[in-house]
Design a protein around this ligand. Structure first.
Ligand code: SDX
Length: 442
């Protein structure tokens, strides 16, 4: 930590060998703050005081717009250039050449697996896709019209009671088996919530289908002896899971890290992530996009809707991003995947509205000046709808893919030497030391 002096004597120098000199005009004192990785440590502001008993300065950063909460080697995003890389591999290459389970391995272990490693990884996940029968009974207790994201939230949290060993977060073996269980069981719980909505019997996993194929089987198998997934839909789903796998410190991942920093088990931390993802400004946006497109209904209504966005009565769901101020690279890949899916399912007329909406927004000053581009949620819902999913299932699909990212981030956090329980400060704006008044005198 640097020391503050009248003349700003040399303080600690950051790993970059650089420092920031600040002068407090309230006292005339100068301070040299070390700069490391393009940041200053927030705690270094506390030395800037007006008197010895002064608490010292804090930074005020609602929504953490300009605050790095951790050091991470998992996902790199360049919002201006529209770049997304998992462990350094561009998302375009992974979407084209990889599989979701291989990407999950990459995110969690940091390297692409060998053939033997991938086979072992896939086998371990395959043999953990069942859930305890009591989990099924627990899910059957939800209302017939329960939102599947609420069911998933509850079911994943409930898994923490079925695997009490998950509390041993310092035990690498426990961390490994919980990692396997979460990746393996999310599709099962997701499919169970879908079948619950339909009032249909739950379908158990099968071991000789792919990760996406088994999910489709648990979703759509009826009286046939064996469900045969269409390989084109299987591939489209696998790509969607890859694209949703991780996205550095987004709202839900921050929730996983914040809750996880208390030392709780990974099921409870992931359940917190599901809760954050449920929101319409985050993972719930794909559901909101479909509702928006259906509400617009025809291309003739687009100008009136755009006017509504400009006067603040509408939000163009699926557009805009805290980090991307350019086209979300995932949106480009998904837009291309819609054509492959529509070959099988038939073209969704809402795609024409979405494409025209995008075209208008990309040329309109309101959106251009705010650097609003389609994000991952703008086109994904069209594929999910083409697969016959109700809009309520769209954020659930997001959660399946993001589970490997949440776990990778949780594992990285657990081993982070900087790890402390997350506990932000505040600016207190309320009254002080008031005298209690008896109710008779109020
Ligand atoms: C995801 O963080 C991640 O990485 C998330 C995610 C991931 O993979 O984890 O990428 C997934 O959540 C994608 C985002 C999905 N959400 C939506 O599509 C909902 C619609 N988008 C907006 O709600 C908004 O763009 C956010 C929430 C995504 C980002 O909001 P910010 O960063 O807080 O930006 P902002 O609200 O300050 O917007 C800046 C300006 C404002 O206008 P002014 O007040 O300056 O006049 O842009 C406007 C906003 O009103 N604006 C929009 C808009 N998004 C921002 N105006 C119309 N439609 C929109 N969608």
């Amino acid at each position: 930590m640097s020391s503050g002096t009248e003349q700003g004597e040399a303080g600690a120098v950051g790993a970059d060998g650089q420092t920031l000199t600040v002068t407090d005009n309230r006292t005339g004192r100068s301070y040299e703050l070390p700069i490391t990785d393009g940041t200053i440590r927030g705690i270094d502001l506390r030395q800037i005081k007006v008197s010895e008993d002064d608490f010292g300065l804090m930074s005020y950063d609602p929504a953490f717009m300009n605050t790095a909460s951790c050091r991470s080697a998992i996902t790199f995003i360049d919002g201006d250039k529209g770049i997304l890389e998992y462990r350094g591999y561009p998302i375009e290459q992974l979407a084209e050449h990889s599989s979701y389970l291989e990407v999950a391995y990459l995110l969690i272990h940091g390297e692409l697996p060998s053939r033997e490693q991938l086979d072992a990884w896939s086998h371990e996940i395959t043999i953990h896709t069942f859930v305890h029968e009591n989990v099924k009974r627990f899910m059957q207790g939800f209302r017939h019209d329960a939102h599947p994201m609420g069911m998933l939230l509850g079911a994943v949290g409930a898994l923490s009671t079925f695997y009490p060993d998950a509390k041993e977060i310092r035990d690498p073996l426990s961390r490994h088996i919980q990692t396997i269980r979460l990746i393996a069981k999310l599709p099962t719980l997701a499919a169970f919530s879908f079948r619950h909505m339909r009032g249909q019997p739950y379908v158990y996993p099968v071991n000789d289908l792919s990760y996406a194929g088994n999910f489709l089987s648990m979703m759509y198998k009826m009286t046939e002896l064996r469900y045969e997934p269409d390989p084109r839909l299987e591939r489209a789903l696998d790509i969607l899971f890859i694209l949703h796998a991780d996205h550095e410190q987004n709202c839900s991942t921050s929730a996983v890290r914040s809750v996880g920093s208390s030392g709780v088990d990974p099921y409870s931390a992931v359940a917190a992530g599901i809760g954050a993802l449920y929101g319409p400004l985050h993972g719930g946006a794909n559901e909101a996009v479909l509702r928006m497109l259906r509400r617009i209904e025809s291309r003739e209504n687009i100008p009136a809707f755009i006017a509504g966005v400009k006067n603040g009565t509408e939000l163009l769901m699926g557009f805009g991003h805290r980090v991307y101020k350019n086209y979300d690279p995932r949106a480009k890949i998904i837009k291309k995947a819609t054509e492959d899916v529509f070959e099988v399912t038939g073209r969704n007329p809402l795609l024409d509205i979405a494409v025209e909406l995008e075209q208008i927004a990309l040329e309109d000053e309101y959106f251009v000046s705010r650097r609003l581009y389609p994000n991952v949620d703008f086109y994904s819902g069209l594929i999910y709808e083409a697969l016959g999913l109700p809009v309520e299932m769209f954020p659930v699909m997001f959660a399946i893919g993001r589970t490997s990212g949440w776990i990778a981030q949780w594992l990285e956090m657990v081993d982070d030497p900087d790890l402390k329980i997350a506990r932000p400060r505040q600016i207190y704006t309320g009254p002080r030391t008031r005298r209690y008044v008896d109710i008779a005198d109020r």
